[in-house]
Design a protein around this ligand. Structure first.
Ligand code: SF4
Length: 703
């Protein structure tokens, strides 16, 4: 911005999918005072430890401030010329299958839109994927199988008006703290029950009325058992099922085949029969139930089936899209939802459209695109495997660190070194991915400098507004993409001057020839002028032209987005039992801790946040620790078939026997030995392509 505001700027927290509103008051020294925005409907003024420490993370230390080629500072003109030349030459020589862009749930919707348009519409490549693939793509696939579209049916208020909250694979107390606090406050006044289904004794489990420490990977059996029991006990809403769904008979038959009764369910899931009985009974007789699920469900070899098994129970009881009822996916990242909305996944096109002939033609006409991608591209793990095989030769990584965060991170790091063209847009001057041979480094504007929109877990679009001047030569990511597009001869289609212009185009595409068959429609926002966009209040979609409501739910009265408008029950597959590997008898589960985010490029700057847990660790059950001869507080070497890490041991009775837990945040930059991404196997869910980060065969030994 030409002039920085003197009053607090209303913006949105850049961390989790809760999407809290933040008031940032620049201090004219490059920092800012941070407070929760009392008017933002995600948080009503609350912030968690990470959000409230944002002002401590704004220093320019470690920032990438100038474009670089081969380690030497250069101009944007020279760098962009080389990026455009590299992609042009690769396309001419090897075709669109040899180029790719890898994005991030940290990016703004406008950045995502620009990248998706350039690659899928103008370069003919659908190799556009994102680190959101690692976060919630099983939810996307589960929604699409059941509903026909990637639709979150409910809203945050449902979490406060439910009488039963079931958390599955979610440590919301640490990972979605403000929303969790809202739920606890409502629970205190309403007496709602909390059930937590998680192999670990997490902070969320500690607050639960009932904790089911489930055997990892068996959630779909638990919810199959629940479906069978709901049917046996007369809790199925026959009217809703008959009027609005299909496939119930096949799903219930399969559920009974997998988990016919409570005792069998308990045995499969490694739980007490009484606990399973209590959960099923509570679910059956409580009308207002919300089932929340997160990475413990999504990051699994059968993640999409887990989502399907949960949704089945809500469809069967008709508890969906009504106040206080429904399945609810908690997205991890600040803009995983916005990325989904523009089509920032390799198997989606744009505006929640798929790669069917009609949609391809529709988007082609809207963009006036010369070279439309006609088929889905490679999902994240496939993309980096293709790089390793030399099939993808030109890659642009934007706002993420795949050489640390992808499964088999060491192999990914090696694969990157062989690229002909390797471009990275980054805030930071060094990380594992930059260190893997990124030739062209583009300095990106960061939170507090960027201007655009994000969408949170309840489909609410909020503005991220700048309150600091972009330092050095940092620029917005959408701008860098548009500049490359212009150099490739597509200037007219990428002639945006502001993020508001990008957003308006995105909103117009959502409404383009959309006769109600697509859920995502924000046509009402396609005519915002610059002033309106700047002042835009948080708004939930859909926001169709002529019908904007303040609160929106889907599916209470059916109206699914399948061809016959009925929801699809899913007959989930029987549990796959992974083969036992004698050398790796334990199962490694990776995840987050309360006060760090991703690879700590921002949270690592705050002493307050870093002091919560200061070093990488591994949690192990006391019996396993004794067996492996490792002791609390000492170091141990954790190994898998793919890598090794040396971690501080935490002997933890809340950990399930046979399982280890290690956090994801430390990288080669922050801990030479604590890089757990290197250990994670690259098993993926067959529908979503999401990696299973929760069950890598592993071993542990004293150092
Ligand atoms: Fe930010 Fe999430 Fe904390 Fe809200 S709950 S302040 S969005 S990290």
């Amino acid at each position: 911005p030409a002039e920085l505001p003197t009053a607090p700027t209303a913006t949105t927290c850049p961390y989790c999918g809760v999407g809290c509103g933040v008031l940032a008051q620049p201090d004219r020294l490059g920092g800012a005072t941070i407070a929760g925005d009392p008017e933002h409907p995600s948080n009503f003024g609350r912030l968690c430890s990470k959000g409230s420490a944002l002002g401590e993370t704004l220093s320019l230390e470690d920032r990438l401030l100038h474009p670089e080629i081969d380690g030497a500072r250069t101009t944007w003109e020279a760098a962009l010329d080389q990026v455009a030349d590299g992609f042009r030459r690769t396309l001419e020589t090897h075709g669109p299958g040899a180029i790719a862009i890898y994005l991030s749930g940290q990016l703004l919707t406008e950045d995502y839109y620009a990248a998706n348009k350039l690659f899928k519409g103008f370069l003919g490549s659908a190799n556009v994927d994102t680190n959101s693939r690692l976060c919630m793509s099983s939810s996307v696939a589960g929604h699409k199988r059941a509903f026909g579209t990637d639709t979150v049916p409910g809203v945050y208020r449902d979490l406060e008006t439910a009488d039963l909250l079931v958390f599955v694979g979610s440590n919301a107390a640490w990972c979605h703290p403000v929303l969790y606090q809202r739920m606890l406050a409502a629970r205190a006044s309403r007496g709602a029950k909390l059930v937590v289904i998680d192999p670990r004794g997490t902070a969320t489990a500690e607050e639960a009325d009932l904790h089911l420490p489930i055997r990892g990977g068996t959630d779909s059996a638990l919810f199959s058992g629940l479906l069978a029991t709901l049917a046996d006990n007369g809790h199925v809403d026959g009217g809703y099922v008959a009027a609005h769904t299909q496939g119930f008979d096949a799903a219930i038959a399969q559920a009974r085949a997998i988990a016919p009764d409570i005792a069998t369910t308990a045995e499969i899931c490694g739980l007490d029969v009484a606990d399973v009985d209590a959960f099923f009974d509570l679910f059956g007789r409580t009308k207002r139930v919300v089932t929340l699920y997160s990475q413990g469900v999504n990051q699994a070899a059968q993640g999409t089936d887990k989502v399907g098994a949960i949704i089945n129970c809500h469809l069967a009881t008709g508890r969906i899209g009504r106040e206080g009822m429904g399945p609810f996916s908690l997205t991890g990242q600040p803009n995983a939802m916005g990325g989904r909305e523009v089509g920032g996944l390799a198997n989606q096109l744009a505006a929640h459209m798929d790669f069917d002939v009609e949609s391809i033609e529709k988007v082609r006409r809207f963009w006036n695109a010369p070279r439309m991608a006609r088929a889905p591209g490679l999902k994240a793990v496939e993309m980096f495997d293709a790089i390793g095989r030399g099939e993808i030769k030109a890659l642009w990584v934007m706002g993420t660190n795949p050489a640390a965060s992808l499964p088999r991170a060491d192999a990914v790091r090696e694969a990157l070194r062989a690229l002909d063209l390797f471009v990275v847009s980054e805030n930071v001057a060094s990380n594992d991915t930059l260190g893997a041979g990124a030739r062209i480094r583009l300095p990106a504007a960061a939170w507090g400098e960027k201007d655009g929109t994000v969408t949170n877990s309840e489909r609410r679009i909020s503005r991220q507004r700048p309150f600091l001047a972009p330092p050095g030569q940092t620029r917005p990511d959408w701008w860098a993409i548009a500049q490359v597009a212009k150099r490739l001869g597509f200037g007219e289609a990428f002639d945006w001057r502001t993020p508001g212009e990008v957003f308006r185009e995105h909103a117009a595409l959502s409404a383009f020839e959309n006769n109600g068959t697509r859920d995502f429609d924000i046509g009402a926002l396609s005519e915002l002028d610059t002033r309106d966009y700047d002042r835009m209040k948080p708004i939930q979609w859909p926001a169709r032209q002529g019908s904007v409501r303040t609160e929106t739910r889907f599916f209470a009265k059916g109206g699914y987005f399948t061809p016959n408008r009925r929801a699809r029950f899913v007959a989930v597959a029987p549990l796959a039992r992974p083969a036992r590997e004698p050398a790796f008898p334990l199962s490694l589960n990776t995840g987050r801790i309360r006060d760090h985010w991703h690879t700590m490029t921002r949270t690592g700057k705050s002493q307050r946040l870093s002091s919560h847990i200061a070093e990488p660790f591994v949690e192990i059950h006391p019996d396993d620790a004794a067996k492996a001869n490792v002791v609390d507080g000492a170091f141990a070497r954790v190994t898998s078939a793919h890598g090794a890490a040396v971690l501080r041991v935490r002997v933890e009775p809340g950990q399930r026997r046979g399982a280890l837990f290690a956090p994801i945040h430390w990288t080669a930059e922050t801990s030479s030995n604590g890089r757990v991404g290197a250990l994670v196997h690259s098993v993926t869910d067959p529908f979503s392509g999401q990696p299973d980060a929760k069950a890598t065969p592993a071993a542990i030994a004293p150092v």
